[in-house]
Design a protein around this ligand. Structure first.
Ligand SMILES: Cc1cc2nc3c(=O)[nH]c(=O)nc-3n(C[C@H](O)[C@H](O)[C@H](O)COP(=O)(O)OP(=O)(O)OC[C@H]3O[C@@H](n4cnc5c(N)ncnc54)[C@H](O)[C@@H]3O)c2cc1C
Ligand code: FES
Length: 257
């Protein structure tokens, strides 16, 4: 884990309420893995006091991108940063996605802004040429749908679902997952998911029913980010675990929802 300074390379609104920020910080980029996260000091003063956690959207040799939804004080501050600005970073933190050895078929399941950390995973999975990766991207509406183009550009077949039917099928992403697995019985993918807790719980159930592995990236309020304050504990089959240190990625069957 490194505490360092990053330089904002670009920071632009990609849709109302959503921004994409490219940051140069080679020491953190060199160590970062898909599914890990970093925390950012989101202010020039002591407020907000707590750093805010973000996944690595895409990772390259000299830096990374953060895809974020503007929610409150911290993310509003981030959205105002200009190219050339410097930010205080801590990362990489936690344990990211591990691709089980020998597996080559995958499904990426994302709900809303949950797609943010899955793009770097998709970049890695797209390089495994012997199998196939599908992405199922869900959102409330077309306005909240992100990254469809990115997944297409790296050759990942993508299925879209929206709650209001404004893009793709009018259903939940987990409905698509269920029907997809019913049709493609021999596909037997590993599922990687990030999104609202209800979606992750449903994905875990679907996977368990079918005897598939499913890894979920969980969100909890993060304070210290390094396992010291115990503020991000969740219940698992083997006792309490910390989202910031033991996660944020967990095997879905371990989590007590
Ligand atoms: C491991 C992890 C990775 C994340 N990755 C991303 C990402 O890639 N892109 C993205 O847009 N968002 C991500 N988030 C959520 C993001 O951290 C929150 O949206 C952000 O902290 C909100 O800060 P704020 O000051 O703008 O909003 P606030 O005004 O503080 O709060 C608005 C909402 O954000 C939640 N929130 C506030 N502080 C935290 C915190 N420290 N940790 C978690 N949730 C918080 C609150 O419960 C509330 O619902 C991630 C969260 C975690 C735990
Ligand atoms: S945020 Fe402090 S232990 Fe996880």
């Amino acid at each position: 884990m490194i505490q360092g300074t990053g330089k904002v390379i670009s920071n632009r609104k990609i849709k109302p309420g959503y921004c994409l920020m490219a940051v140069k910080c080679q020491p953190i980029a060199k160590k970062a893995k898909p599914g890990q996260f970093l925390t950012i000091r989101c202010g020039d003063t002591d407020t907000p006091l707590l750093r805010r956690p973000f996944g690595f959207h895409r990772i390259n040799a000299s830096g990374f991108e953060i895809l974020y939804e503007i929610k409150g004080k911290g993310t509003r501050f981030l959205s105002g940063l200009k190219p050339g600005g410097m930010i205080d970073l801590l990362g990489p933190l936690g344990n990211g996605f591990t691709v089980p050895k020998g597996r080559k078929n995958f499904i990426i399941l994302a709900g809303g802004i949950g797609v943010a950390p899955l793009a770097s995973l998709a970049d890695a999975l797209a390089k495994i040429k012997s199998g196939k990766t599908y992405a199922i991207l869900g959102a409330r509406s077309r306005k909240n749908l992100l990254c469809v183009e990115h997944f297409g550009n790296i050759g990942i077949e993508t299925i879209v679902a929206t709650d209001d039917g404004s893009c793709g099928e009018k259903c939940f992403a987990t409905d698509i997952l269920n029907s997809f697995l019913s049709v493609k019985k021999d596909f037997r993918p590993v599922i990687f998911a990030c999104g609202p807790r209800g979606m992750l719980k449903a994905a875990g159930r679907i996977a368990e029913k079918r005897g598939l592995e499913c890894y979920v990236s969980l969100e909890e309020n993060i304070a210290c980010g390094v396992g010291a304050c115990l503020g991000c504990a969740i219940k698992t089959g083997s006792g309490y675990k910390l989202v910031c240190k033991d996660g944020p990625v967990f095997n879905a069957k371990e989590v007590i929802w």
